[in-house]
Design a protein around this ligand. Structure first.
Ligand code: BDR
Ligand code: CA
Length: 315
């Protein structure tokens, strides 16, 4: 059966796991029409996240995908970065150079607004970094909200606890005010937090399978994950690091690999202690209306099989 590819915009802060997510999406043109990549400051500064997004287009042989730079700092808080996980360049382990793939002149916020306004309501946003660009686009042009098909994002934590504070996951913590805008926007949200991403572990066998594909993309993914895993292995005592952001493209490609529950999720912005916490009402005790599908279970072998198969399509 043939189907039209689903149009998406990926908003990201690469980051090795963002980079793998980009390769997964870019290797799946019959399923996903990547209208553009928008970069935001997060794991590293904007200069590096936009360059890293362009490097992934180059690696995937996707000269047709435009890349836009967005916001270089969160709404209200100073930028917090994560070189301690991802390295100085954000995608350490990869071959890092100035890519020939160009950076578009337009600002990411304008690209998101213009693209959604020109669309017919079928465009899905896929944020895998702090939500600054997406929230700023909503603030700039609130009419875009009704034009968003879905927002499939990586962010938040509940039972698993936070990874940057005891309460908060990195993407939400970096810009909790932006997250509050996005989680309150009223469009369908599909949320992959640490509860599910910590089930998707890049074990040595799985990383070796990427290297053994024998192409540049597979080798690069293996090298990047070998770099970023060292921090997580030490921190969590696991045999590999969690592959957070690829849950988003994997969900778009094979939603049956995931299980979720419709819940209410609110973002903490007032307390210094629990800033950026996602308050996930899993048991419906608040009486608040569900605003998100909270993904909490995944077939991790299925995600890695999908990744290996799709990466093998790349140069
Ligand atoms: C998230 O934070 C970043 O370090 C990763 O790229 C991922 O998006 C996980 O908390
Ligand atoms: Ca990310």
């Amino acid at each position: 059966m043939t189907h039209e590819p689903r149009p998406i915009i990926i908003d990201c802060d690469p980051g090795q796991d963002d980079a793998v997510n980009l390769l997964l999406a870019l290797s799946s043109p019959e399923d996903l029409e990547v209208l553009g990549l928008t970069a935001v400051a997060g794991n590293v500064g904007l200069e590096k996240t936009q360059r890293n997004a362009r490097l992934m287009c180059e690696l995937a042989g996707r000269g047709d995908v435009p890349v836009f730079a967005g916001c270089e700092r969160p709404f209200l808080r100073p930028l917090v970065t994560a070189e301690y996980v991802h390295g100085r360049e954000g995608i350490d382990g990869a071959d890092i150079h100035e890519p020939t793939h160009p950076l578009e002149d337009a600002h990411a916020i304008d690209f998101i607004v213009d693209t959604l306004m020109a669309g017919d309501g079928n465009i899905t946003l896929v944020p895998t970094g702090p939500l600054t660009n997406v929230a700023a686009a909503i603030v700039k042009e609130p009419k875009i909200v009704s034009r968003i098909a879905e927002i499939v994002l990586m962010g938040g934590a509940s039972r698993e606890g936070g990874n940057v504070t005891p309460s908060a996951e990195f993407n939400i913590y970096v810009d909790p005010h932006a997250a509050k805008i996005v989680f309150g926007c009223g469009r369908p949200l599909i949320v992959h937090g640490l509860d599910v991403t910590h089930q998707v572990i890049a074990t040595p066998d799985r990383v070796t399978a990427f290297a053994e594909i024998g192409n540049a993309a597979g080798r690069t993914v293996a090298q990047m994950l070998n770099f970023s895993s060292r921090y997580d292995v030490e921190k969590y005592g696991t045999s590999g690091g969690p592959l957070h952001d690829p849950c988003t493209a994997a969900y778009l490609l094979k939603p049956d690999l995931f299980r979720g529950k419709r819940v209410n999720i609110e973002i903490e912005t007032a307390s210094e202690l629990t800033l950026g916490e996602t308050s996930v009402d899993f048991w419906g005790v608040s009486g608040r209306e569900p605003n998100a599908l909270w993904i909490y279970e995944v077939d991790a072998d299925g995600v890695f099989a999908l990744l290996t198969e799709r990466l093998s399509r790349l140069p």
